[in-house]
Structures are given as C-alpha cells and as structure tokens.
Write a protein that binds this ligand. Structure first.
Ligand SMILES: [Mg+2]
Length: 365
C-alpha cells in the first residue's frame, strides 16, 4: 500500500479559558492552540491523520516536517508501521531523540495506524486488542489562572459539569488550596507545576502541599529529566509523583523507573513516538506496577488516538483534556466530554475525520 503523498497542515484555533491567557511557550501569551496535522495518502486514496505537538503557530516545525521528514515516506508501504518508524528514527537520530524530530515521527506513526485501521475496517482500539470501555473518563486539566477568584470559579464550574478529577496548573499555595477547598469531596485534585523548582524548593513545597491530599504531583523539579531529583522527592512518600510528557521514548521511562522517579508515567502520543511507542511504554509500566496515564494537551488526531489507546487498557487510564472552549471544533464535538466522559469512536482507524471546513478556516499558511 504505497504512500504517494505526505503533507503537514498547521491550524490554530482560538479558545476561551474563562480567565487570563495561559502559558506563553516562549511566545506571546495567547488564547489559541495549534493542531499540526500530518496527512498521509496511499495509492488507493486511503488517508491517515496524525498530529505532532505544536504551539505558537510554529511554521518552522511545519517546515521541518515538509522538507526534512515527510519526503522520506514517499514510496514506502504504509502497512509497515514498525519498520517505517525504526528507519526514520535511525536515519534522523543525530537530530534528536527527544523533541521536534520525534514529535514528527510520532505523528507519522499515528497516521499509519489510522490507515491500518481503515484498511482492516476496524477502529484503532480493536487493532490494539479490543476495548475495556466504550467511553473514557476525562480529567479537566485547568489552565493556569494565577488568581484565587478564577481558579475557584472554574473548579466549581467543572464539578457542576460532572468532572470527578481536576488537574491544576497553579504554582502558588493560595491558589492551589483555594481549588482544593472549592472541590471539597466532590473531585480529586492533581497538581502539575511544569518543572519550576530546584530539589530544595520542591522539598519545601512537598511539605506545604501535604494537607492538599493530591492524587498526584506532576513534574515538580527542573529539569524534567532530573530523575534522581524526582526520586528524592518521591522518597518522602507525601505525594505520588507523575512525569513523562517530556520523554522521547520507552528508554526514558526505563531510566525513570530504574531511578525510582515515578508512580505515574505520562508519555504523550504526539511527542514520544506515537501509538507504537505508547503501547510499549504501557507494557513496561504494567510489568513494573507503574500507573500509565498518557499526557494529552492536544485536540486533533493525537487526542483521538489517545482515547482509543486508553480504552484498550484494562485499567482504563483517565484522559487528559485541557479545559477551554474552542471557537470551532475539529471533530464536530465528537471529542467533547459529556458529564466527564468521552465516547470511543466506532469507525475504522481513528474512527472520526477532522472537519475540512474548520481546517480551511483556521489554517496557517
Ligand atoms: Mg504536565
């Protein structure tokens, strides 16, 4: 099944988060998130969709895909997913084992699984062994508000919408405890601080946060690959430690587990090698008694693939979804949680197709 066309498509859709604009990602803080699609087409006209992690209308990342990575696919057999993934990783190893090149390979891998499912006439979840659930519970991953009013208001809002799990991105104690108090016994709270602290600072907050009774504490130390530091924090026993969204492959999780760094592994399907790599990481975690809860801060094919993957695992992981209302929905609302759950698509491959009108309207040239 020869690949005859491979392109990337960058779109950026504005959203309303109900508060101040979130992170800058090295650019201007902005209420818009990217979806950087990979679209792969076979000689028979079957199209597969994948997604790489992207922020800030990143046309350089798109350029890298168009000029450096996607041309390598032309003429390849789309059904040979493992070999294509390995060949790309091997040929491009000098340009990064973590970061943009791997994001690109992740997107390609997901698109090839989409094609595989369409050829087989079955949804991705069935290719992965079948479903343990028809719908997946979602946790509301709140943006960072940095003020008590907004974080309290949004915490109550998501509970009223039916969410039972909420992740905060606050980094200051008054805001964190305001959300914990607002949730009471109605929702479990996780805290993701995105790697801000030295070990001594993290140990300070570790104590200060004890009364918050967090379900997990995510990426507390800088840099993200400081696994010994994470292990030092985990050894206090005050919080389960979650990390992994900045990992590049299964081998990074081997290192994390060997260091005793994590209770919860969070690989990202659009950053860590796609469906193929996440299946391996899930098995690794199962063997070591580590919880597997993929990171998911994307809204395109990567998010859809994560829904399928989560549904295929016996201990169905919670699905992360950043809490924001987009001006337009890529999948006509099919990926929007209802009462805290999202349905697993039933069509072949990823099961749903992105809306071409939305793509054309928000496309970045
Ligand atoms: Mg995180």
């Amino acid at each position: 099944m020869e690949i005859v066309n491979a392109e990337s498509i960058l779109i950026s859709i504005p959203f309303d988060a109900g508060g101040i604009p979130p992170w800058s990602f090295g650019g201007e803080p902005k209420c818009a998130f990217d979806t950087l699609f990979v679209r792969i087409e076979t000689v028979s006209g079957i199209v597969g969709w994948g997604e790489l992690f992207s922020r800030n209308e990143d046309t350089t990342l798109k350029d890298m895909m168009d000029k450096r990575v996607l041309p390598l696919l032309i003429g390849q057999d789309a059904t040979q997913i493992g070999k294509i993934k390995f060949d790309l990783e091997f040929q491009l190893q000098n340009f990064g084992r973590i970061g943009p090149i791997v994001y690109g390979i992740s997107a390609i891998d997901t698109a090839l699984w989409d094609i595989k499912g369409k050829l087989a006439g079955c949804p991705l979840v069935d290719l992965l062994g079948g479903r343990f659930a028809d719908e997946v519970e979602v946790y509301a991953s709140l943006l960072r508000y940095g003020n008590i009013n907004d974080v309290t208001k949004i915490t109550r809002e998501v509970i009223e919408k039916g969410y039972r799990y909420i992740k905060l991105h606050e980094i200051t104690l008054p805001e964190i405890y305001a959300a914990v108090d607002a949730a009471g016994n109605e929702a479990k709270i996780m805290l993701d601080v995105n790697c801000p602290w030295s070990i001594s600072e993290a140990l300070h907050y570790d104590k200060k946060l004890e009364a918050a009774n967090l379900l997990w504490l995510e990426e507390p130390v800088w840099p993200p690959e400081h696994y010994k530091g994470l292990a030092q924090l985990r050894a206090t026993g005050r919080h389960p430690i979650a990390a992994g969204e900045n990992a590049g492959s299964m081998h990074d999780f081997v290192s994390m587990i060997e260091a005793g760094a994590i209770d919860i592994a969070q690989p990202d399907i659009a950053k860590t090698g796609g469906v193929t790599e996440l299946v391996k990481i899930a098995a690794l975690c199962e063997a070591h008694g580590i919880q597997f809860v993929p990171h998911c801060a994307i809204f395109g094919p990567g998010q859809v693939a994560t829904i399928h993957l989560n549904a295929a695992l016996r201990s169905v992981p919670l699905l992360e979804r950043l809490y924001c209302n987009f001006e337009a929905e890529l999948y006509g609302g099919a990926t929007l949680p209802k009462a805290g759950f999202v349905k697993v698509p039933k069509g072949p491959g990823l099961g749903i197709e992105p809306d071409s009108d939305v793509i054309n309207r928000y496309r970045i040239k």
